[in-house]
Design a protein around this ligand. Structure first.
Ligand code: P53
Length: 473
């Protein structure tokens, strides 16, 4: 058994990391626009420091990003040249509803995405659309407190109704929330949450998560009503936790950390709060307000497939004295058997196969790898070429492991979209120099550059991989 004949090869981006054009054609401001680069960034994305407007003295990379808003036709043409079968992108909520609580959508925003989808269609590229990728209208944060407020469900419902209706026949694959478990680590990006001193952050995060989970189930319901062909997926920031040692306490801690992430997908895929989570919330005195109707909605509208990002596995131990890795929102202990990227993300291809097995064992639904890749510094050589063998090595090893999960373990896998198929702004750091693409974009961390697109060595390599359906790596 090899990869399915209709395997969806492609690449992935997110609106705020590539579109730019933050104030054009009626677009409103979102949380992700006002997150600057620099040392405050982490405190802002984790909701510890409040920044809801542009402030003097900061650089905001999402404002222009790689200006895909004006380059998408050429960029999609390059994706088609690589043979993409799918392109994962996200909708900027504030192009459709600039403030978030309007009754009528912004026609210019809809027209932009309609043309983008038609461009994909002309090349036979199936769009895979993330409805929210870390974005939340600023107005909804200022006025309602973001996802801590139950009213968000209604605003999200309004958004998805418009999307499913308007793009019926153009888009079939949808993801409701990017990396829904990220709400625990980056709650400002995940849910527009900002905390006041003395608030019970855990309770607010889980209440906001409940609202997102209900909104996700409602979206699934509406999508299926509007078009039974629609396929709705959840999206997990995946990567199994390993115990550092066979000490039973380490093994148990790894299981607990895995539960922390699977909790979200358990609700979206099995349709109920898992017992371990209910018990833990109770022990921590966290009361989530939920209605009988919520529970019915969750139960009756589970996802069609499970999508996830995978960059790395993670390691935990109860021993506090051991060394942690740098730079990742997910804290991990150093794994002595693994190399790490320039940003300290540990490289573990077999961990992808392990993770796929863990997810498939748990849910028995088709999987979709919607993010994977290596963030690295690319330096053009004398002739201006980027010979990114390190990136090819990373991707080759992960695609090999992915194939083994399909061919040797029998996992049903719909497709694979590598992250940042064209260089874009890093979500974690806001940098441009942390590049993932097959296509180089001339732009630096400070926003200088011509925005010219150039093919890297990996461009032809990936083209060959797709043409051979993963046989020629
Ligand atoms: P950057 C952390 C850990 C795992 C996934 O990340 C993460 C993050 C955020 O840093 O996010 C996903 O750009 C996310 C993308 C993001 C990508 O990973 O920090 O869905 O938006 O760009 C890579 O290198």
């Amino acid at each position: 058994m090899s990869l399915r004949a209709d395997f969806l090869w492609g690449g992935a981006t997110a609106a705020n990391q590539c579109e730019g054009a933050y104030n054009l054609d009626g677009r409103g401001l979102a949380n992700v626009d006002v997150v600057p680069t620099g040392k405050e960034r982490f405190d802002i994305i984790s909701g510890k420091r409040k920044m809801l407007d542009f402030e003097e003295g900061y650089f905001y990379p999402a404002k222009e990003a790689i200006d895909m808003y004006h380059h998408y036709k050429d960029d999609i043409k390059l994706f088609a040249e690589m043979g993409f079968k799918t392109y994962r992108l996200s909708i900027a909520w504030t192009r459709i509803f600039p403030k978030g609580d309007e009754l009528e959508p912004n026609e210019q925003g809809l027209a932009f995405y309609e043309d983008l989808f038609k461009t994909c269609q002309a090349y036979g590229i199936e769009p895979l659309v993330t409805i929210t990728h870390f974005d939340c209208p600023i107005h909804l944060i200022k006025e309602y407190g973001g996802w801590r407020n139950r009213k968000m469900i209604e605003f999200y419902e309004r958004l998805v109704r418009v999307l499913f209706t308007r793009f019926k026949g153009l888009v079939k694959y949808w993801l409701t929330f990017n990396e829904i478990n990220m709400i625990l680590h980056a709650p400002f990006m995940g849910a527009g949450l900002v905390f006041e001193d003395g608030e019970n952050e855990e309770e607010i995060k889980y209440q906001a998560a409940h609202h997102e989970l209900v909104a996700s189930a409602l979206a699934t319901k509406i999508a299926h009503e509007i078009d039974p062909e629609n396929m709705i997926g959840c999206m997990l920031a995946a990567g199994e936790y390993y115990p550092l040692t066979p000490k039973p306490e380490d093994v148990f801690l790894a299981q607990e950390k895995n539960h922390e992430n699977y909790f979200f997908i358990d609700v979206q895929s099995r349709g109920e709060y898992p017992a371990y989570a209910l018990k833990q919330l109770e022990r921590n005195n966290i009361m989530i307000k939920m209605t009988e109707e919520d529970l019915d909605t969750l139960k009756n509208h589970t996802v069609d497939f499970i999508s996830f990002s995978y960059y790395s596995s993670r390691v935990v131990t109860t021993d506090d004295s051991v060394e942690k890795t740098a730079g990742n929102i997910f804290k991990s202990v150093k794994n002595p058997y693994l190399e790490a990227s320039e940003w300290g993300w540990q490289i573990d291809p077999l961990g992808l196969r392990t993770t796929m097995n863990a997810i498939y064992d748990r849910y028995q639904k088709p999987l979709f790898i919607v993010e994977n890749g290596l963030g690295a510094i690319d330096t053009p050589d004398e002739s201006g070429n980027i010979i990114d063998d390190y990136r090819i090595d990373y991707l080759r090893a992960h695609i090999q492991a992915m194939k083994e999960a399909v061919e040797l373990d029998g996992i049903d896998l719909l497709g694979y979209t590598s992250w940042g198929c064209i260089d874009l702004v890093s979500a974690g750091t806001g940098e441009m120099k942390k590049r993932y693409g097959f296509i180089y974009v001339d732009r630096d961390n400070e926003g200088n550059g011509t925005l010219t697109r150039t093919k890297k060595k990996s461009f032809d390599w990936y083209k060959k991989v797709i043409a051979s359906n993963g046989e020629d790596l």
